[in-house]
Design a protein around this ligand. Structure first.
Ligand code: NAD
Ligand code: MG
Length: 492
């Protein structure tokens, strides 16, 4: 047990080991790693470091629970009961979990408590509701036959999640996998293992049988890739960078052809027309980019503004960025905390330098804030050209790029001119124009006159190199079941 005393309310951190078969254990190697608070660069605590030998034990436990253990005998309605219990326990612990998330990740407490926690709880409840509604069809063949389908769980699922929304990405992965009757080996990001482990305690308390959920903190290039290569893992669900997505597909292809779903990076267009409610568009574009320190796969990092309203949009967006409150993420007024790590800080600063070098107009920000913690000023570039590095690559930081356009066909072409295709937004009062553009954009999600609207019922995922498969909603369930066809001769 570690107690963090620097907070107003001391926070006890009890879950720092590996969760295998409902037991908390040290890693076989005995190795640990430190997790850091990015707001002050201090070590919060050490966490057991899982490796390949620990993975073997976790996969064995998950396999046993799936095929011969208690889990395979639990009905859909009983799985729902467990998921509802878990949601209730997370709700009871939400203040503690929000604080822990902010401590480990650096995101403002007002976001972890108002966004991450409610969405995670909603996600467990949403999929709990589906657990007893996973059903196939009867299919008419010739009259002598009865043919029906069963939507069966896939088996042992490997899940690798990132550091930007640790609790929420855990919910997006665990809830549908468990609702459909699979068992799981989950690896949180090594930057943010703490809330995933705390949820592990609540999973045991809720009464999930041993082996159903196993949680292994560890590094991507050792444990993560071992999960992707494992011969006895039936499916891998990953959220993170497109580069690692390529490695995971390769590992799956070279091992057992496990199914893969990927939720990857993007470079999302946010298109603003002069006929829109400009107040809403400016605030929507501000939050659409700066939310979570810009560390969102949906960050609206290419803002296309119609020429007619470009000067006003730019001036007011700069004013808004200047007002953004950067600082201690535990302070309830704070809008922007630190980047997750030194590595990400350096990456973002490198992109800011590239923007200046390639001739974009740096209107505000661009520098470090303070000398402790990985804080970066909200940064605004204008006159950004499509071929510039900051318009092409995912920055994953608080760097806004604004560019102008003249007509609809031009903006559709430019918006689609990227290898990514996760999300986009359109701001206009003209519904015909809005829908026309929405249908032409090669992205998985389009928001019209809003941004980052997430709900467990609405499917989410990428076109092109932003991913494979969908999470959330009814479509998210499909990725965790496989169809079996049963045909019976009934007229002997
Ligand atoms: P990453 O892809 O390296 O990490 C995501 C997860 O994958 C972590 O759990 C990590 O441990 C694991 N991982 C890393 N290398 C692996 C490997 N070889 N095999 C298996 N698993 C591996 O992301 P990052 O380095 O932490 O961040 C870099 C960039 O990734 C960011 O700048 C951003 O562009 C992107 N990113 C995207 C998302 C998203 O939500 N789509 C989330 C995080 C990061
Ligand atoms: Mg951390």
């Amino acid at each position: 047990m570690v107690t963090v005393t620097s907070l107003k309310q001391p926070l006890k951190i009890s879950a720092t080991q590996l969760l295998i078969n409902n037991e908390w254990v040290d890693s076989i190697s005995g190795q640990k790693f430190a997790t850091v608070n990015p707001a002050n660069e201090e070590v919060i605590c050490e966490v057991a470091l899982a490796g390949a030998a620990d993975l073997e034990l976790a996969v064995q436990a998950a396999r046993k629970a799936f095929s011969e253990g208690e889990w395979s005998r639990v009905s859909g309605s009983d799985r729902a009961v467990l998921l509802y219990k878990l949601a209730n326990l997370i709700e009871e612990h939400q203040a503690e979990l929000a604080q822990l998330e902010t401590l480990d990740n650096g995101k403002p407490l007002r976001e972890s408590s108002k966004i991450d926690l409610p969405l995670a709880i909603q996600c467990y409840r949403y999929f709990a509701g589906w657990a007893d509604k996973i059903q196939g069809k009867t299919i008419p063949l010739a009259k002598d036959f009865l043919c029906y389908t069963r939507h069966e769980p896939i088996g042992v699922i490997g899940q690798i999640i990132p550091w930007n929304f640790p609790l929420l990405m855990q919910a997006w992965k665990l809830a549908p996998a468990l609702a459909t009757g699979n068992t799981v080996v989950l690896k949180p990001s090594s930057y943010t293992p703490l809330t995933a482990l705390k949820v592990g305690e609540l999973i045991i308390e809720a009464g999930f049988p041993p082996g159903v959920v196993n949680i292994l903190p560890g590094f991507g290039n050792t444990l993560g890739i071992a999960i992707a290569r494992h011969q006895d893992i039936d499916k891998l669900a990953f959220t993170g960078s497109t580069d690692v997505g390529h490695l995971i597909m390769t590992a799956a292809a070279q091992s057992n052809l496990k199914q893969v779903t990927l939720e990857l990076g993007s470079k999302n267009p946010n298109i603003v027309f002069a006929d829109t409610d400009l107040d809403a568009a400016i605030e929507g574009a501000h939050l659409g980019l700066f939310l979570n320190q810009g560390q969102c796969c949906t960050a609206g990092s290419r803002i296309f503004v119609e020429e007619k309203c470009y000067p006003e949009f730019v001036a007011r967006s700069i004013e808004r960025a200047k007002k953004r409150i950067v600082g201690d993420p535990l302070d309830p007024r704070t809008e922007q905390g630190p980047q997750i790590s030194q590595i990400q800080f350096d990456r973002v600063m490198h992109y800011i330098e590239a923007g200046m070098r390639e001739g974009a107009n740096l209107q505000f920000g661009g520098s470090r804030v303070g000398n402790r913690g990985f804080f970066i000023e909200p940064t605004v570039f204008t006159e950004v050209q499509d071929q510039m590095t900051i318009a092409q690559e995912e920055i994953f930081g608080p760097v806004m790029s604004i560019t102008k356009f003249r007509d609809i066909d031009e903006v559709i072409r430019r918006a689609n001119n990227t290898k990514y295709g996760l999300a986009a937004a359109i701001w206009t009062q003209d519904i015909t124009k809005a829908h026309k553009i929405a249908h032409h954009l090669r992205v998985g999600t389009v928001w019209i006159n809003c941004y980052d609207v997430f709900n467990s019922a609405a499917p989410f995922g990428g076109f092109k190199q932003s991913g494979i498969g969908r999470e959330l909603g009814e479509y998210g369930l499909r990725e965790y079941t496989q169809v079996k066809t049963v045909t019976v001769k009934i007229n002997q």
